[in-house]
Design a protein around this ligand. Structure first.
Ligand SMILES: Nc1ncnc2c1ncn2[C@@H]1O[C@H](COP(=O)(O)OP(=O)(O)OP(=O)(O)O)[C@@H](O)[C@H]1O
Length: 258
C-alpha cells in the first residue's frame, strides 16, 4: 500500500465453490479519486465491490484501509463492531436497486436522519434540518420530507439514497450501477448530480458500471474486467480512447453487448 492510498487491494480472489468470482485483483485508490470498474455481465464487478466493502470475505488476498487517524488496517482484522462503525461513518453504498439501499418503511427525512443518529446525533431539530438540507441538495423538495420512498420515482429514490449516504460525509462511496434501469434523461441528470457532489466533497468513489459513458463522465481511472480478471487499467481517457487490450478494444467499439 502506498503512503497516499486510502484503500488498497492486493491479489484479491473470490471463489464461489468451484466457480470463479474474481481473481488477482490489485489496485490502490487515493483520496478524491473516482475509479470505474467496467466489464460485461458476469465479469466479477459486483463480486469485487462486495469484497472491498467487506460484504464478502475473500478466498485469498487482502484489502487495506487507511483510517482518519492515519492508521492502516487489513480489513480482515477488523472486529464486527469496527466493521459496522466503518460502514456507518467512513463508507457509503449506493446500490442499483434503491429498495436495497433505503429503508422503505421510513420517510425520506427519516432515511437521511437515521444515518446521522447512527453516528451519534441526537438533537431532533438539527437532524431534521440537516436531512432537509440534503434532500434539497439532491433536488428533492422539502415538502416531500415526510413522504415514504415508495411514493417516489426511480430517479428520486436514487437521489434519496445518495443523500442518505453522503449526509455523514463518508470518505469512500461504493456505487453499484447507480443509474442503470432509469430513463436516459433521468440518468443524465443523476450523473450530473453525482459528478457535482463527488467533486464538491472530494469523495473517493468506486463505481461499478457496464456503461462506458458513465465511466467516461465520472471517473479518473478505469479498470476493465473480464471473466473475473482485470484485463486493463489506466486513466479513463487513455483506456477509452486508446485501449491496449483486445477485449477493451471490442468493448469500446461496442461490438460486445453490455
Ligand atoms: N452468490 C454467488 N454464487 C455463485 N456464483 C456467483 C455468485 N455471485 C456471483 N457469482 C458468479 O461469479 C461471477 C462474477 O459475477 P458478478 O456478479 O461479480 O459479475 P458482474 O460483473 O457484477 O455481473 P453483472 O453486471 O451481471 O452484475 C459469475 O460467474 C457469477 O455467476
Amino acid at each position: 500500500m502506498s503512503d497516499q492510498s486510502l484503500l488498497s487491494a492486493r491479489h484479491l480472489r473470490k471463489m464461489y465453490g468451484a466457480r470463479l468470482g474474481c481473481t488477482d485483483v490489485s489496485f490502490d485508490l487515493h483520496e478524491g479519486e473516482v475509479l470505474a470498474v467496467v466489464g460485461e455481465s458476469g465479469s466479477g464487478k459486483s463480486t469485487l465491490l462486495s469484497l472491498l466493502s467487506t460484504e464478502l470475505e475473500p478466498t485469498a488476498g487482502s484489502v487495506h484501509y487507511r483510517f482518519r487517524t492515519g492508521e492502516t488496517r487489513d480489513l480482515a482484522s477488523l472486529s464486527e463492531a469496527e466493521r459496522r462503525f466503518l460502514l456507518r461513518t467512513d463508507w457509503g453504498f449506493v446500490r442499483q436497486d434503491a429498495r436495497e439501499g433505503l429503508r422503505m418503511g421510513v420517510s425520506a427525512g427519516g432515511n437521511v436522519g437515521e444515518r446521522l443518529m447512527a453516528v451519534g446525533e441526537r438533537h431532533y431539530g438539527q437532524i431534521r434540518g440537516k436531512a432537509i438540507d440534503w434532500l434539497t441538495r439532491v433536488e428533492i423538495e422539502e415538502a416531500r420530507v415526510d413522504d415514504m420512498p415508495g411514493s417516489f420515482s426511480g430517479g428520486m429514490r436514487q437521489r434519496l439514497q445518495i443523500a442518505r449516504n453522503l449526509v455523514t460525509h463518508p470518505r469512500i462511496v461504493f456505487m453499484d450501477e447507480p443509474t442503470s434501469g432509469l430513463d436516459v434523461s433521468v440518468q443524465a441528470r443523476l450523473l450530473d448530480l453525482i459528478r457535482g457532489l463527488v467533486s464538491d466533497l472530494g469523495l473517493a468513489v468506486i463505481i461499478v458500471t457496464h456503461d462506458l459513458a458513465v465511466a467516461r463522465l465520472l471517473s479518473h481511472r478505469t479498470m476493465v474486467m473480464r471473466g473475473g480478471r482485470v484485463v486493463e487499467t489506466g486513466l479513463t481517457d487513455q483506456v477509452l480512447d486508446d485501449p491496449q487490450d483486445a477485449y477493451t478494444q471490442l468493448l469500446v467499439s461496442s461490438v460486445l453487448p453490455a
